[in-house]
Each structure stands twice: as C-alpha cells, then as structure tokens.
Design a protein around this ligand. Structure first.
Ligand code: FAD
Ligand code: NAP
Length: 321
C-alpha cells in the first residue's frame, strides 16, 4: 500500500478544496488533494450556475469544477481518487487512511469535505434534480422568476427559503408533514405575512411529476399524512429544505463540532480546535453554503496552513506500518 506525504493534505475536491489547492500549490507547498466519492463536490449535481463571479453568462456546475481542478493541477496539485475512512489528528504529521488502503500524511491538513443536503429519497426527485428540483433557493431561485414553486420542510431553513423565494416567484407553497412548524416564531410570522405564500399542512410529496422533453417539473402528487388522501399541486419548481448533514463523522471526538456536527473554527479564521488542522467550505459553514464562500474560506485555509508551516516547520515523513 502506498504512502503519500505532503506539506498540505487537502480532503475534498469541491470549491473549498480546489481553491485551497490552488493557493497552497502557488505557495510551493505541492499539496496532495484526496477527492472522495464526489470529485468536484456538490456543484457536479447541478446545471446552471449564475452567481459565481467572473462569468457573464450562466455556466454549468460540472464544467466550473473541471476548470477548478485543472487550474489546481496546472499550478502543482496532485489529485488522488480515494475516500478517507479513518484519520489520526492526535499528532503531526496527521495521518489518514483511504478506502484503497493507501496512507496519506500531512504536516498540515485542510478539511473541505462539505455537507450533503438531505433529500426526500423518492425516485422522481432524483430524476428532476437540476431540472426543477433543487436543495438551494439562493442558488436556483432566480430560475423561477414569476413562476410557482413549492418548498418542503418545517424548520428555519424551509421558512427562510420560502421567504427568499417569495421575493422572486409569483407563488410559494410550503408543504410540511405535520401541522406546526419547528421554525422560530419570528420567522414564521414573517412568512405568514407574505401575500404570495400559503402552507399545505400534514402533507408529504409522494411524487414529482413533469415533462421529459424538455425536462421540467409540472406538478407534485401529495399525500395527506393524516388521512392518506392524494392530491395534485401544479408547480414549476420544488425546493427541498429538510436539513443538511456536514461530512464530519471522521473527525468525531477529535475536533470540536457544534451540536449539528459542523466543525467549529476560530472566528475570522479557518483554524479548528487542533493546531495545523484547518476547515473550509460547507463543512464549517451552515449559514451561507455557497461556492464563492467555500472558495473564499478555501483560500484562507491555504494561507493559514502556509503561515503555520512557517512557524512550526515540517514533520518527518510518516513511516510505513
Ligand atoms: P462540496 O462541494 O460539498 O465538496 C465536498 C468534497 O469533499 C467532495 O469532493 C467530496 O467527494 C469530498 N469528501 C467528502 N467526504 C470525503 C472523505 N471522507 N474523503 C475525501 N473526500 C471527501 N452554490 C453556489 O454558489 N451557486 C450555485 O448555483 C449553487 N448551486 C447548487 C446546486 C445544488 C443542487 C447544490 C446541492 C448546491 C449548490 N450550491 C451552489 C452550493 C455549493 O455547491 C456548495 O456551497 C459548495 O459546493 C460547497 O463547497 P465545498 O467545497 O465546501 O464542499
Ligand atoms: P431542521 O430544523 O432539522 O428541520 C428540518 C425540517 O424538515 C423539519 O420541519 C422536519 O419535519 C422536516 N423534515 C425532515 N425530514 C423530512 C422528510 N423526509 N420529509 C419531509 N419533511 C422532513 O433543519 P433546518 O431547517 O435545516 O435547520 C437546521 C438547524 O439550523 C436548526 O438548528 C435551525 O434552527 C438552524 N437554522 C437557523 C437559521 C437561523 O437562525 N436563521 C436558519 C436556518 C437554519 P419535522 O418538523 O416533522 O421533524
């Protein structure tokens, strides 16, 4: 089994990891980036991206991530296609083991493993992902200007997404499986005050219905969770807002996390609770969750890793097991 050592080991190939790689490589740190199961990260499962600065026309998410990877490789990053299954942060160099059996060690570590939106788990939801079904109103709301959309969920995220969408879409219907929201009262009051928002209580989305060519959502089949009665709601788009899970199970009991599992970083930095370990992107950000903010913290993490190395020096290369 191979051993790979680098001054900066980066986990994750989304906007945060790729940007950390670009900055670390340009600082002559020859970073190694381990991609995980989703090289390119969350943007590879979307279509149009209209809010990443620098592109006057809409660009495709997968294309943007190909470009970021090519840029990082061009300046000297090594991308390795493996998924980290265990890690030891108790001493430097930090040592991670991949699914392949290979070992990765780093004098510093940048964690950019992202977060995953929770989905309903129905086949038709997957079929229309990127074609009317989304988990990000800030990202995709603009595509539904003056159209009718639905939001699923009853927490703060769902209510905030619905309020945001109400400023763009002509009509927003929130679908919640129970008869009360768990969102804060103040957010609920704001939502209920909006004239173009209505709520369908006690209901679950059973199926997303739509056209195949061109692909697009036309309606939702709903099931009343109390009576079982089925109904159909015409909509152009469906936003799932039932929470996110940060990809941090690897770091449990090794790094400080909040009660939802997001890595805690020192305010204004990407420093985690272990010196030399930095966290960037959605793995430490449950508020903004945008490609540009992930890239921004990715940049910070590489600059901070570089400074850390300047102060603390490198470690001996990890010995073979
Ligand atoms: P991610 O993109 O989530 O990348 C995480 C990386 O970590 C992946 O490469 C994964 O394989 C890797 N990884 C995970 N676990 C491991 C492991 N154990 N070992 C090694 N690697 C691992 N944002 C916008 O700004 N504009 C948009 O238009 C937009 N549209 C979106 C559309 C959709 C459908 C979704 C889901 C999100 C969208 N976003 C958009 C949000 C944006 O994609 C995220 O904010 C951004 O991708 C976060 O970047 P990240 O690098 O932190 O993590
Ligand atoms: P959340 O609070 O866990 O709420 C998830 C919602 O989705 C719940 O209403 C839940 O229904 C529903 N849900 C879960 N699984 C579902 C499924 N399979 N089908 C249908 N509905 C489902 O998640 P969140 O709203 O993303 O918030 C996460 C955390 O971030 C919370 O602590 C929240 O307060 C915080 N947050 C804060 C702000 C803010 O302060 N401005 C903004 C956003 C998020 P039930 O209610 O029936 O369980």
């Amino acid at each position: 089994m191979a051993i790979h050592h680098s001054k900066v080991l980066i986990l994750g190939a989304g906007p945060a990891g790729c940007t950390a790689a670009i900055y670390a490589a340009r600082a002559n740190l020859a970073p190694i980036l381990v991609t995980g199961l989703q090289p390119g990260g969350q943007l590879t499962i979307t279509t149009d991206v209209e809010n990443f600065p620098g592109f006057a026309e809409a660009i495709q998410g997968p294309w943007l991530m190909e470009q970021m990877q090519a840029q990082a490789e061009h300046v000297g990053t090594t991308f390795l296609y493996d998924t980290i299954v265990s890690i030891d942060l108790s001493k430097r160099p930090f040592v991670a083991v991949g699914d392949s059996g290979d070992t990765y060690s780093g004098d510093t570590l940048v964690i950019a493993t992202g977060a995953s939106a929770r989905w309903l788990g129905i086949d038709s939801e997957r079929k229309f992902q990127g074609f009317g079904v989304s988990a990000c109103a800030t990202c995709d709301g603009f595509f539904f200007r003056k159209k009718e959309v639905a939001v699923v969920g009853g927490g703060n995220s769902a209510v905030e997404e619905a309020i945001y969408l109400a400023g763009i879409a002509s009509k927003v219907t929130v679908i919640h499986r129970r008869d009360t929201f768990r969102a804060e009262k103040i957010a609920q009051d704001r939502l209920f005050a909006l004239p173009n928002v209505s709520v369908i209580w006690d209901s679950a989305v059973e199926e997303v219905l739509g056209d195949a060519n061109p692909p697009g959502v036309t309606s939702l089949r709903l099931r009343n969770t109390k009576t079982g009665v089925l109904s159909e709601l015409p909509v152009d788009g469906l936003f799932i807002a039932i929470g996110h899970d940060p990809n941090t199970s690897l770091f449990k009991d090794q790094l400080a996390m909040d009660d939802e599992g997001y890595l805690i970083t020192r305010p204004g930095t990407t420093q985690t609770s272990v010196p030399g370990v930095f966290a960037a992107g959605d793995v430490q950000d449950k508020t903004f969750r945008q490609a540009v903010t992930a890239a921004g913290t990715g940049c910070m993490s590489a600059l901070e890793a570089d400074r850390f190395l300047a102060h603390h020096g490198q470690t001996a290369v990890v010995a073979a097991e």
